[in-house]
Design a protein around this ligand. Structure first.
Ligand code: PXP
Length: 245
């Protein structure tokens, strides 16, 4: 029997910057948070440079790139401005996400099927800059089929699973994610997942062995208010690892 692949944790630091931007202060510094998260065992740092710069700023990305000891996953919309920033900054990974100005957070996956050529062109530009690309998509098979061959990595949107408000609908979303993850792995993607995950709902997702990376932010940063970032990471890791066994 082949060994269960380990599960990486990418810590999303956006909401450290949200607190800073609420007052226009210099603190709390998301780069300090990233360094502390890396020291506490985060396998990677995720940040979303939104078009409206509501939390992470361009200078955060620049400083992070020069200081962060673990790989950086830059989430961004597919715009010319963002493509230029990414190709210049060259983080280890870019995760392409859809973005709407009015949304509080990313609301759904990319419509790869509906804009395949645009996404294919962006993936090529990023690949040529030496950046691994991840496509953030809903666990729908037509999106998987459309994504084939475009990028090495896929991130499954776990938002609908996290927001399901009955046991039955959560079980239905989980089974959709499980089947989708297996299909994505069979199509040679490295499979990631994220959105809305926390210590209460992460275990069933962490148990899906086709998934090798989780990107978690809001709930983790919220928990860090009470436990500190190292404590919150340790708590989440423990749940992830227990589920993985
Ligand atoms: N993955 C993607 C692609 C996202 O857009 C986000 C939110 O920025 C996350 C993961 C993390 O979601 P959350 O903050 O709900 O943990």
């Amino acid at each position: 029997m082949s060994p269960v692949p380990s599960l990486r944790l990418g810590v999303n630091i956006d909401h450290v910057a949200t607190v800073r931007q609420a007052r226009g202060t210099a603190y709390p510094d998301p780069v300090d948070a990233a360094l502390q998260a890396a020291a506490a065992g985060a396998d990677g740092i995720t940040l979303h440079l939104r078009e409206d710069r509501r939390h992470i700023q361009d200078h955060d990305l620049e400083r992070l790139l020069s200081l962060c000891p673990v790989p950086i996953n830059l989430e961004m919309a597919l715009t010319e401005e963002m493509l230029r920033i990414a190709c210049k900054a060259r983080p280890q990974q870019v995760c392409l996400v859809p973005e709407k100005r009015q949304e509080r957070t990313t609301e759904g996956g990319l419509d790869v099927a509906g804009q395949r050529q645009l996404i294919a062109d962006a993936c090529l530009r990023l690949r040529d800059a030496g950046i691994a690309v991840s496509l953030f998509i809903d666990p729908d098979l037509p999106q998987l089929e459309a994504s084939a061959g475009l990028a090495p990595n896929l991130e499954i949107n776990t938002g609908a699973y996290a927001e399901a408000n009955t046991g039955a609908s959560q079980a239905q979303q989980l089974s959709k994610i499980t089947r989708f993850a297996a299909a994505a792995l069979a199509s040679a993607f490295e499979v990631h997942a994220g959105h809305g995950l926390n210590t209460d709902n992460v275990a069933p997702i962490a148990a899906i062995t086709a998934i090798v990376e989780l990107n978690i932010g809001h709930a983790l940063i919220a928990r860090a208010l009470f436990l500190g970032l190292p404590g919150a990471i340790a708590e989440l890791r423990q749940v992830m690892q227990q589920a993985r066994r």
